[in-house]
Every structure is written in C-alpha cells, then in structure tokens.
Design a protein around this ligand. Structure first.
Ligand code: USQ
Length: 408
C-alpha cells in the first residue's frame, strides 16, 4: 500500500515510516519540522541526535535499501495538502502532524490558540483534500486517550449505548479533556466523524495512550534512531523519569501520583498503526480504537523506573512537587481496548524491558541530557494564564552524582 505519513519527522512518525518500509509498504511523508523548532523554543533538544531529513533519507537508502518520498510543507496551507494528495493519491493517510504537547498548549494564550488552530486546520485540510483527490483513501487519525478524561465509569471505544427518558441510542462517549491540546483532539474527532458521514470517507480515530520507548527493531543504525524528548514540555512521563534517573535528579511525580493513564511502547504503537492501515475502515465508516496496552499510575511508573535504575547502579530518588497540572490525582480508570486485539494485535514489549532498553540506549547520550538538564523541572502551571516568565527564569538544576561504576 502507498501510505502518506504527515509528521514523518516526529517521535512516532519516523519509526512508523521505517516499520512500514520493512513490511513492504510504500512511504510518502510530509513535515514542516516545527517540532524541531519548538523544542529549541523551550531551550531543549532531543537526547538522541537527529540528522537532517535528507540524511535520514540517505540512511534509509543505505541501511534498508528503501526510498522515502518527502515533501517539506505545512498542512496549514491548503494548496500544499492538495498538491500532495493530488500527486500521490495514497491508499492510507496516517495523520500525526499536529502540535502534540499538552504543557506547550498551556504556556499562554498564543500557544493555546496556535495549538487549536493548527491542529483543527490541518485535519480539515486533509479531509477536504481527501474528498477531492483520494476519496477511497483510509484516514488513520492520531487522537488521544486524554480526550475522555478520567470519568468514574468504564471508557468504551468511542461510542456507547445510552438510555435516557425512554429513548435509546448509540452515541459518542462524552469528552472531558484536560488541556487545550487535548481539546483540540476532541474537535478533530468531531470533524473526522462528520466528514466520514457526509462524504463517505473511511476513518479510524486512534485514541492513543502515552507512548514510551526509544527504539524499534528497524533502528539498526544510529542514524535511524528517533527523537527522544525529556524536557517538561515535550518529554512523556516514562521517558522523563529515565532521563531524570540518569541525571541523578529526583523523579518528578506530580502531586500525589495516583494519576493513571493508558500506556503503550513505541514499537507496539507503530505495530498498532500498521494493523489499522492493513485493515481499513469501510467507506463511510468512522471507527475508534483505544490504543494502549496497560494502565499505570505515575507512582507505579516512578517506582518501577527507580527500582531498575538502582539495579543498574544509578541512585534514583522520587520527589512529589506540587502538581503544575489541574487533574485528578486519585481516581479509577477502566478503559476498554478490544478493537485492535480483534484485528490480531498482540503486545510485544513489557514496561520493564523497554525501561531497561531506554537506560542502555541513553547512556551514550548522557552528555546531551546534562547540557539541557535545567529544562527537566516543571515550570508551566495550568492555573496561570501566562507562563512565559517562569519558562525564561528556570534555574539550571545542580548536576546529580555520577552513576556508580558498572551503571548501564
Ligand atoms: N507526569 C508526572 N511527572 C512528570 C510528567 C508527567 O507526574 O514529570 C504526569 C502528568 O501529570 C500526567 C501523566 O504523568 O498525569 C502523563 O503525562 P505525560 O506528560 O506523559 O502525557 P500527556 O501530557 O498526557 O500527553 C502525552 C503526549 C500526548 C498524548 C498523550 C496521551 O504528549 O501527545 O496525546 O500523552 S494521553 O495521556 O492518553 O492523553
């Protein structure tokens, strides 16, 4: 199949491209490199050094013997989206090209508006261009488990049956997102559902949990590694805990740490997306996959990361700074995830083995963590309307003790 990946230069876009190529699919990508710029904006960088896209393409050619067709462009410009779809006419489109950081969207009004405008616009542009140039293509749209929030009832995959005052219907499950970013994904979901209905488009809306991990089996060469963010804004929680353990600074469990989310390893996320592509939705079908493997509390993650860190010779401690976010810190969490399993998905990676793999891979890049360690501490407060000041004045954290000899 010919698959267009929007956001191919990103944390999951790049491993997805490698995986699809290895499976014999044809890959076309588009990216405007905005994540690279925005990570610099908050004073950070990827722990793994990321080559230019041209070098990435060359490495793919050399190592995998495959070609990636690439467009540098912005999905915010409709003429760009039209040109790519009219030229390529893909069988499937995996839409990952959105501002993906909840804390980034909470910096101030400018960041909130940019997040929502960019995310909703890119999706609408894709939907219109699909209708015009690729009406039979299958859209696999990256959404988030965070759309649902943390309700006190089990979370279905998108829809549930409701009985109310004598009437009965199957309706979209209510959304209670927890950041401007997460709300942008809710708006996208409504737009994709509506477009598939009026234009008979095929669509899978992926409610993905928090991803963790650093590599996939196709990354057989250092030049093929994906980015690995560890700062407050762009790093996800498991990845951040390991970077903190390597730096010798306390693992930052926000508040009481009972916050529970669905998690999935990078390799399994990529596998899930491939399965969705290979089993497309029917014309006019809008389906929802809850894409995660297991639910963990932040406390459990910190304890697991710190236990493994200690085994590997690092001295890891856990801190509970005041929660900069507004979220429930103790709650039940019971999301359903059956649709992917019905299509043959099986989890391949455990939390522990991936944590160990991150430690092993990151050891080589400790210097890059140390150089940016002041951006690891949280500074964006959900309650504040303007966090630009606190971002600018973040004091560099003192370096932690070096790992004991024999550390991973
Ligand atoms: N957390 C800590 N300490 C930290 C960082 C995070 O306790 O140092 C907590 C947060 O308060 C939150 C949980 O860990 O309760 C997850 O935070 P996160 O930063 O790993 O993930 P989140 O902001 O929810 O967003 C990430 C991705 C986003 C994706 C989402 C899936 O950045 O693109 O949509 O995970 S989900 O969480 O299911 O909505």
């Amino acid at each position: 199949m010919k698959v267009l990946i929007t956001g191919i230069d990103g944390y999951s876009g790049w491993p997805l491209a490698l995986h699809l190529l290895a499976r014999g699919h044809e890959v076309v990508g588009i990216d405007n490199f905005v994540t690279r710029r925005r990570v610099r904006e908050v004073g950070s960088w990827s722990a793994t050094p990321i080559p230019s896209f041209a070098r990435r393409q060359a490495a793919v050619r050399e190592v995998l013997g495959k070609e990636i067709t690439f467009y540098r462009g912005d999905l915010g410009r409709y003429e760009v989206v039209e040109k790519v779809l009219a030229t390529e006419r893909p069988d499937a489109i995996v839409h990952l090209a959105e501002q993906r950081s909840a804390p980034y969207s909470m910096i101030d009004v400018r960041h909130a508006v940019a997040t929502q405008i960019e995310n909703v616009t890119s999706t609408l542009h894709l939907l219109y261009a699909m209708r015009a140039y690729a009406p039979d293509a299958h859209l696999v749209k990256m959404g988030t488990m965070g759309e649902y929030g943390t309700p006190k009832v089990p979370i279905p995959e998108g829809f549930f049956e409701v009985e109310y005052r004598g009437g009965k219907d199957t309706l979209p499950f209510p959304r209670q997102a927890g950041s401007w970013y997460h709300w942008s994904k809710v708006f996208d979901s409504g737009d994709v559902m509506f477009a598939s209905r009026i234009w008979n488009l095929r669509a899978t809306d992926v409610m993905q949990g928090v991803i963790y991990g650093i590599r996939t089996p196709e990354m057989t060469d250092r030049r093929l590694l994906t980015r690995f963010d560890f700062d407050e804004t762009w790093g996800t929680v498991v990845n951040r805990f390991i970077a903190q353990a390597i730096l010798g600074v306390p693992l930052t469990v926000y508040g009481r740490g009972g916050q529970t989310r669905g998690f999935i390893a990078l390799e399994d996320s990529v596998q899930s997306l491939r399965i969705a592509i290979e089993h497309p939705a029917r014309p006019g079908e809008y389906r929802v996959f809850n894409q995660f493997d297991a639910a963990y509390s932040v406390n459990h993650l910190a304890q697991t990361a710190s236990r493994i860190a200690t085994e590997l010779g690092y001295s890891a401690t856990i801190a509970h700074p005041p929660n900069p976010r507004v979220e429930a810190e103790e709650h039940g969490y019971e999301p359903v995830h059956e649709h992917l399993y019905e299509l043959g998905y099986r989890r391949t990676r455990t939390l522990e083995e991936v944590i160990r793999e991150i430690f092993t891979t990151l050891r080589r890049y400790r210097g890059r963590l140390v150089a940016k360690q002041h951006v690891v501490q949280p500074a964006i407060d959900w309650r504040q309307g303007d966090n630009r000041g606190s971002l600018g004045t973040r004091a560099p954290t003192p370096p932690g003790p070096p790992p004991s000899s024999g550390a991973a």
